[in-house]
Design a protein around this ligand. Structure first.
Ligand SMILES: Nc1nc2c(c(=O)[nH]1)N[C@@H](CN(C=O)c1ccc(C(=O)N[C@@H](CCC(=O)O)C(=O)O)cc1)CN2
Length: 283
């Protein structure tokens, strides 16, 4: 049976690293970094995630603020709120919680965040810098997966990695991060012919599709490392994109849902907030 990777334990180790980074910022510049999260509307899951982000900041000693805006706010008013955070020197990190209401063009709003305050790493400048191997603020979830592999002692260089899903938030940055660490990377998606034949080649398989139980045991090579990025609500249960119970019998290591990749998203946000502050202070 596979080793079950404990995402909460990995997140705790990352928070210790962030603590050291915070102490370094204090010592070098006398600064405590500030993160502001903007949430629009009343999506229940988003509210939970935003309050977890706030709590995680407070626990570590990062200044945290949450701006709550009504669901019917127009795009320009939301953009103006971002502009004022861009101009506020006490705010080192800005995050607009997704999803946004349908009438708002999320891309336009995210593009308005100053790239050096873009702690989500979604701004085209950060996306491009990551793609060409330059220093960047990197999306939290895929960066968390990389840190998890590293801290768990799982080798990436020289491995065949397959990423299922090509979203801008997870799939594409995940592929770029694995490539930057010298994996041989294949990205699969809804138009990939014979997807199981491709996934069976993977030594590291990352599932980021958003379909409960999509990855079945016959799609996984014996001894593979399986990382489940899916967070799907089925009834009152939270399940991943991987059929955990069966795949764990085939894989060498696997992440559960909940308790796998999810906790790393917030830990890496803390990391990015400290990194953003340092970027701004050393300009
Ligand atoms: N601006 C952003 N919006 C969203 C992001 C993001 O990275 N930036 N990611 C997701 C939501 N998200 C953070 O915002 C997030 C998702 C899941 C978890 C987490 O800890 N999951 C736990 C279980 C949580 C539960 O019980 O509901 C787990 O998997 O163990 C944290 C943050 C979409 N929006």
């Amino acid at each position: 049976m596979a080793r079950i990777i404990d995402g909460n334990a990995v997140a705790a180790r990352i928070r210790e690293e962030v603590k050291a980074g915070l102490a370094g910022l204090k010592a070098d510049f006398g600064v405590t970094p500030g993160l502001t999260v903007v949430i629009v509307g009343e999506d229940p899951a988003s509210k939970v995630y935003v309050s977890r982000k706030h709590k995680a900041c407070e626990e570590l000693g990062i200044k945290s603020a949450v701006i709550r805006l009504p669901a019917d706010i127009d795009e320009e008013a939301l953009g103006a709120a971002v502009d004022s955070l861009n101009d506020d020197p006490a705010v080192h990190g800005i995050l607009v919680q997704l999803p946004l209401p349908k009438h708002i063009d999320a891309e336009k709003v995210l593009d308005r965040i100053r790239p050096d305050k873009d702690v989500d790493g979604f701004h085209p400048l950060n996306v491009g810098r990551l793609a060409i191997g330059r220093e960047a603020l990197v999306p939290c979830t895929p960066h968390g997966v990389i840190r998890m592999l590293e801290l768990e002692g799982i080798q990436i260089a020289g491995k065949r990695a397959v990423v299922i899903g090509r979203s801008n938030i997870v799939g594409k940055p995940m592929a770029n991060l694995l490539l930057a660490r010298n994996a041989t990377v294949t990205v699969c998606h809804s138009r990939t012919p014979d997807l199981p034949a491709v996934t069976r080649q993977a030594e590291i398989l990352v599932a980021a599709i958003g379909k409960p139980g999509f990855v079945t045991a016959d799609m996984v090579a014996p001894g593979a490392v399986v990382i489940d990025v899916g967070i799907n609500r089925v009834g009152d249960k939270l399940v991943g994109d991987v059929d955990f119970e069966r795949v764990k019998e085939v894989a060498a290591a696997i992440t559960p849902v909940p308790g796998g990749v999810g906790p790393l998203t917030i830990a890496m946000l803390l990391h990015n907030t400290v990194k953003a502050a340092r970027l701004q202070l050393t300009k």
